[in-house]
Design a protein around this ligand. Structure first.
Ligand code: URP
Ligand code: ZN
Ligand code: ZN
Length: 468
């Protein structure tokens, strides 16, 4: 006996059509018109859309003083069935050892959605270069570097990024890079403090769009010189998108994503009274309105291929964590929660407002995230043989986003008060019903690890070019 979803409209990145979908043994068994009911359990999805479960390619479950996998069921409630975390390197240990420790101690048996990882470099030792050849067999196909965050273990100099790129390309590993000019941020921060700026807007003033535009272009040059595909994380500016588009037009394998808040929150939020602006302090900084439209254009035209959440929910939330910087914006911890409402926001602000269509929604929030993480089509697709991660979406729901309904563990919601049109009506993880209309109904801690494959989609044009 299987689970048969009938009468819904199935949506992929290229098509939508009326069909039934049969789930057996945690996999999608069949998609066809009029599958006989037999002895299957039937779910009626009339009037609803059927999407692949959401895939969030960018979450932080742990470092940055943020909540870990114990709150990851928030993703399921919002319709995201797979999250891909950045496994932090422990100082003095290898990326690979740290990755296994993070996976086995922090995620296994605790994660509620299925999960995978990117490696994350947090030690500037050149020992990194020796372990790259062994990364793929250990499950690391994307490797994160930070050009920003000077003076912390996250920051990596250009020379190490460049040397790593020269090796990564031989193993099908894609460097994922946080592009901001860390040196400039430090200078601007000092200047702002000297000028008496204490409020959260100081965070934006010391990391303006140009520090990102410059680092994105520099990274593109480094990647060109190393002849290595790259993926640029959380792009937020018109200039960054232009730089990426120009490189793509020249045939360079440069890819990128943006994140929900860079499409929906602008600098006026940072200026809210009573220190409220601190809620939106994150890296890169929230941008002025005009950048938001430029980034929507970039996701629509394919310059950027995914929308992640960059979920990083500070333990202590606003009252106990963000307020550490009440007299000094440089002390406000970075990061915003967002894995629960990513799909709600992209649907409401994107599809409902005509900025993107339903196919784009699937492309940006499900398919491409799975492809860039090397886990497609096990994840991110409604295909026979794929994991039965199925999201039944009711487009007729109308409500308001609020921390009251949040499972993210924080005392505020990044998108508080935003209207919500549409809701994850039913969320199936490998065929098991996990969430219904904003409520968790499944058991926590049932998430399974998904091992990624190297040579993700970021390598497809690369090989074509080499073959010419
Ligand atoms: O503020 C943020 N985004 N914290 C997470 C770290 C990052 O840079 O992705
Ligand atoms: Zn980052
Ligand atoms: Zn991040």
């Amino acid at each position: 006996m299987g689970l048969l979803i009938k009468n819904g409209t199935i949506v992929s990145s290229t098509a939508e059509y009326q069909a039934d979908l049969l789930i057996e043994d945690e996999k999608i068994k069949e998609i066809a018109v009029n599958i006989p009911e037999g002895d299957h359990e039937v779910v009626d999805a009339a009037g609803k859309y059927i999407f692949p479960g959401g895939v969030d390619e960018h979450v932080h479950m742990g470092p940055f003083d943020s909540y870990g996998f114990e709150t990851s069921h928030a993703a399921l409630v919002g319709g995201t069935t797979t999250i891909v975390d950045f496994a932090p390197q422990d100082q003095g240990d290898t990326v690979i050892n740290s990755f296994h420790r993070h996976k086995d101690e922090k995620a296994k048996g605790i994660a509620s959605p299925d999960f995978s990882f990117h490696g994350m470099v947090m030690d500037t030792s050149e020992a990194l270069l020796d372990e790259i050849p062994k990364m793929v067999e250990n499950g690391i196909v994307n490797l994160k570097f930070f050009m920003a965050y000077n003076g912390t273990p996250f920051h990596v100099e250009d020379d190490l990024i460049f040397k790593a790129m020269q090796i990564c390309k031989d193993y099908g590993i894609t460097p994922w890079v946080h592009c901001e000019n860390g040196d400039m941020i430090e200078v601007l921060k000092e200047e702002a403090v000297k000028n008496g700026v204490t409020k959260p807007i100081g965070h934006y003033l010391s990391s303006p769009p140009t520090v990102e535009d410059e680092a994105v272009q520099r990274l593109i040059y480094l990647a060109k010189l190393a002849d290595c595909p790259v993926f640029i994380v959380h792009n937020t500016t018109e200039g960054a998108c232009e730089n990426i588009k120009r490189a793509q037009d020249q045939g360079q394998p440069v890819y990128g994503e943006t994140c929900t808040h860079y499409l929906t929150i602008d600098t006026s939020f940072l200026e809210k009274e009573n220190f409220e602006g601190a809620k939106w302090v994150c890296g890169p900084a929230i941008r002025p309105k005009e950048h938001l439209e430029a980034v929507w254009k970039a996701v629509k035209d394919g310059t950027l291929m995914g929308i992640g959440s960059d979920h990083a929910a500070c333990v202590g939330g606003f009252e106990k964590a963000k307020k550490r910087g009440i007299d000094d914006f440089t002390k406000i911890p970075n990061g915003v929660p967002g894995m629960q409402d990513r799909l709600n926001m992209v649907w409401t602000q994107g599809v409902e407002k005509g900025r993107i269509n339903r196919q784009d929604f699937v492309r940006l929030c499900m398919e491409n995230p799975a492809k860039v993480c090397g886990i497609y089509p096990q994840k991110g697709a409604l295909l026979p043989g794929s994991d039965a991660d199925v999201l039944i979406w009711d487009p007729n729901y109308e409500g308001t986003i609020s921390v009251e309904n949040s499972y993210e563990g924080t005392d505020y919601n990044t998108f508080e008060g935003f209207p919500q049109k549409g809701i994850a009506d039913k969320v199936f993880l490998r065929g098991h019903l996990m969430a219904e209309r904003g409520k968790l109904v499944g058991e926590k801690g049932q998430g399974q690890y998904v091992k990624p494959q190297p040579y993700t989609v970021c390598y497809s044009n690369y090989h074509q070019k080499k073959a010419e």
